[in-house]
Design a protein around this ligand. Structure first.
Ligand SMILES: [Ca+2]
Ligand SMILES: [Ca+2]
Ligand SMILES: [Ca+2]
Ligand SMILES: [Ca+2]
Length: 334
């Protein structure tokens, strides 16, 4: 065997010339390919300018900056909006996406176009195609530039759903596409999103997710299996004069006043002079009325608001405990 340098030295001159010719031809072909790839040709997908594809993503929290792939909501929320957004768009003149959702968990309510596609002043037109479990939306613009296509990040469309039952409801992008103003497809990838539809297992008005939060005024630092830790009671107080008191998923002064009205009632005891009775069931919900206003005060001095299960008598301490929860609310959909 010869060492490599000797191998080259021993090559016939014709072979060396052919090698150089091959190298030049290869360089020319590479250059030609570069020129060809820089000129968009109909039907061919040119590479993204920055070497990356645009991303069409499901943003599950329209109120927060950035794209949230997962957000928890109350499973009984009346409506949940999600945005379909694009990041890294490269002068697009059209887009299309198709979202799959589980119809046992979500009902599709409607959609509206986002501001991004028309943000450079191009007129847009959209068409939806909705089935029981999919939403396909395509929007395009017409005419040559100017105006240029939209570049960067923005909202393509907002979709609205109503939860049907608790569970993890994922919104899966079955297909995504962006295209130049000439209709050439551009590299585009998808990012799905999921809605964590949280139930209210103990029926106290706060969802499990809200109770496991860290903010007591938003229902947090509670037990999703303890229905007595959120002091929302039928208000005004259930009594001979008014049997229509309701719980409203928030603790307000009217809750504390309703508890105050029941102070002095006890399980098996007589009605108080104003006519409030522990063992009546004026709202016919199967729970003794006094029990609805009854709690055991907090055992934690650091959390005086932390009400515990009924102890058979409504006391002034109960009313004070309710007062310390005034302002706590689980009315939000999150
Ligand atoms: Ca709850
Ligand atoms: Ca609870
Ligand atoms: Ca209330
Ligand atoms: Ca009752």
């Amino acid at each position: 065997m010869f060492p490599p340098s000797s191998l080259l030295a021993r090559r016939p001159p014709q072979a060396l010339a052919a090698r150089w010719f091959s190298a030049i031809a290869l360089a020319a072909m590479v250059a030609l390919l570069g020129v060809l790839s820089a000129v968009p040709s109909p039907g061919a997908a040119p590479p993204a300018s920055a070497g990356t594809a645009a991303i069409i993503a499901v943003d599950t929290d329209v109120a927060a900056d950035g794209v949230q792939p997962t957000t928890a909501y109350r499973a009984d929320a009346s409506a949940i909006d999600v945005d379909v957004v694009v990041t890294g768009a490269d002068a697009i003149g059209a887009f299309e996406f198709e979202v799959f959702f589980d119809p046992s968990l979500l009902e599709f309510l409607g959609w509206e176009e986002g501001p991004f596609l028309g943000s450079t002043g191009r007129a847009t037109a959209c068409g939806p195609l909705v089935t029981a479990s999919t939403v396909l939306i395509g929007c395009g613009t017409s005419g040559p530039p100017p105006p240029l296509g939209a570049t960067g990040d923005g909202t393509l469309a907002r979709l609205s759903f109503r939860p049907r039952s608790p569970g993890e409801a994922c919104l899966l992008l079955l297909q995504v596409e962006t295209a130049s103003v000439f209709g050439d497809a551009l590299p585009t990838t998808a990012q799905n999103g999921c809605l964590d539809l949280s139930p209210d297992s103990d029926g106290d008005g706060c969802s499990n997710h809200q109770e496991m939060g860290t903010n007591p005024p938003l229902g947090g630092m509670r037990d999703p299996a303890d229905r007595w830790d959120f002091y929302d009671v039928p208000a005004p107080a259930l009594g001979p004069a008014d049997v229509n008191g309701v719980r409203d998923r928030a603790v307000s002064l009217s809750d504390a006043l309703a508890v105050l009205a029941y102070v002095g009632t006890r399980d098996g005891g007589p009605p108080t002079p104003p006519g409030f009775s522990y063992n009546s069931d004026l709202n016919a919900n199967g729970i003794a009325d006094g029990r609805e206003y009854d709690r055991t005060p907090s055992a934690d001095p650091a959390m005086p608001w932390r009400s515990r299960p009924p102890n058979g008598a409504v006391s002034l301490q109960d009313a004070m405990t309710a007062l310390s929860q005034v302002g706590h609310s689980c009315k939000g959909i999150r």
